[in-house]
Write a protein that binds this ligand. Structure first.
Ligand code: ASP
Length: 462
């Protein structure tokens, strides 16, 4: 018989279901088994009259995969439960074992959040079977699907950009990849598709988005890993409030259609200066204790960030994004290299429940402005050319005014699922020490691989 998913079971019908044994309970003559598949869970009962099924039921253990043929009965009134399929049970007539399983290193039917990280990640495929992890990963998928739907409705084109690219000035350390065909040269993994998405505006696409992987070699924290995914967006012929309206429209549609409540609409818009005065930080939580209990989402925009900040060595560097555009009234100062500390940029951050859920800017599409930014940061004309010459060149061929944003998928899902750690919303996260789950990276290369890549390992520094 054709397989029925657990969420589609109908009272009174015969059904064949396939899935994982969650728990088996022996009640003398009766054996109860809770069976799980990707769509839910159901209780089945093996009655003494179904002898063959009973014999098999006695042997099966948690996490075995079985096939069950039976009939969907209504549960006796006093046995009903207020949960998925709490009013039905399957009377199992035939059970077939599909795959036996060893006893897992931890209880999958429990909350796995408390289990030692190393064990959880070594056996991540088992951890992912747990109810909470299945839910979190599905919330993530739903969020992404809804963002996509919204953006397609708004006439965006989804475009992929390269993974092997040039080291870019996004402000963090790069992960690099040796180029076999170019001894001594390296690709870098993208810290963000920033420059490509701007080039796509030069290319005339006007509305781009991508579910982009971004890779940064930063110190790992609870809410920051080496890799993350962002809903990366860029659009032409817009000003700042156009972008804020567009993104706000998306967030409202996406999270409300997923059943969440937003505290305040339109999202409050406050300047960086006000935020610092009022909350002492540019990320703040507008929820009351009661809002927190109800799972309410409190979004706000922070705007008007200082363009530059001082580095430890006393030089100027960009605070957010070197490609952003100063406010109209500050362009003159930037071009003259005056009043640097007071230059405000058209950068905006989306804050939600105390965290940065996204950030972007209107870009500087004028080459004189872009060059002036690099000059303030102490680059010579040659150095600027070396870094962003390709952008300056591209902009010579006609560039529309443009701006965009990147929304951090993990950060947003952590807010939606009320999780505090990145590893709860990624399928195969790394350990705090930067070790991959299940697989064994980073690891050494063979001497042959090293030779092919023209690399020699400095043994003394190993
Ligand atoms: N490139 C920025 C980032 O990855 C986002 C943006 O300005 O669009 O954080």
């Amino acid at each position: 018989m054709k397989r029925t998913h657990i969420e589609d079971l109908q009272k009174g019908e015969e059904a064949t279901i396939k899935g994982w044994v969650n728990i088996r309970r022996d009640h003398g003559k009766l054996i109860f088994i809770d069976l799980r598949d990707a769509t839910g869970r159901v209780q089945m009962v093996v009655l003494p009259e179904h002898k063959e099924a009973g014999k098999i039921a006695e042997t099966i253990r948690p996490e075995w995969i079985i096939e069950v043929e039976g009939v969907v009965n209504e549960r006796p009134e006093k046995m009903r439960k207020d949960e998925q399929n709490g009013d039905i049970e399957i009377e199992a007539k035939k059970i077939t074992v599909i795959s036996e399983a060893e006893t897992p290193p931890f209880e999958i039917s429990e909350n796995t959040g408390e289990i030692n990280e190393e064990t959880r990640l070594k056996y991540r495929y088992l951890d992912l079977r747990s109810e909470r992890m299945q839910k979190n990963i599905k919330v993530r998928s739903e969020f992404i699907q809804k963002c996509r739907e919204y953006l397609f409705k708004q006439k965006f084109t989804e475009i992929e950009t390269p993974i092997l690219t040039e080291s870019t000035p996004e402000g963090s350390r790069d992960f690099v990849v040796p180029a076999r065909l170019h001894p001594g040269k390296f690709y870098a993994l993208p810290q963000s598709p920033q420059q490509y998405k701007q080039l796509l505006m030069v290319a005339g696409f006007e509305r781009y988005f991508q579910l982009a992987r971004a890779v940064r070699d930063e110190d790992l924290r609870a809410d920051r890993g080496f890799e993350h995914t962002q809903v990366d967006i860029e659009t032409s012929f817009v000003n700042q409030s156009d972008v804020l309206d567009l993104i706000e429209g998306m967030m409202v549609e996406v999270v409300e259609s997923m059943g969440y409540t937003i505290k305040e609409k339109p999202f409050p818009r406050i300047t960086y200066k006000e935020a610092m005065e009022k909350y002492g930080a540019d990320k703040f939580d507008l929820r009351t204790e009661e809002d927190k209990e109800k799972g309410i989402l409190a979004y706000a925009w922070v705007v008007d960030f200082p363009f530059f900040e001082k580095t430890d060595s006393g030089k100027w560097t960009f605070s957010h994004n070197p490609f952003s555009m100063p406010k109209e009234e500050h362009i003159e100062d930037l071009l003259k290299g005056e009043n640097i500390e007071n230059i405000i940029t058209q950068q905006y951050d989306l804050v939600c429940n105390g965290f940065e859920s996204g950030g972007g800017s209107i870009r500087s599409h004028r080459t004189d402005v872009l060059k002036a930014v690099y000059k303030v940061m102490g680059y010579s004309e040659e150095e600027t050319e070396e870094r962003i010459g390709h952008m300056l060149e591209a902009f010579k061929y006609g560039v529309p005014p443009h701006g965009g944003i990147a929304l951090g998928v993990e950060r947003n899902i952590m807010n939606l699922t009320n999780e505090s750690y990145l590893r709860e919303v990624q399928s195969f996260p790394m350990t705090r020490g930067g070790q991959t789950s299940v697989m064994k990276a980073p690891k050494e290369l063979t001497p042959e691989q090293l030779a092919e890549l023209h690399l020699r390992i400095d043994k003394e520094n190993k």
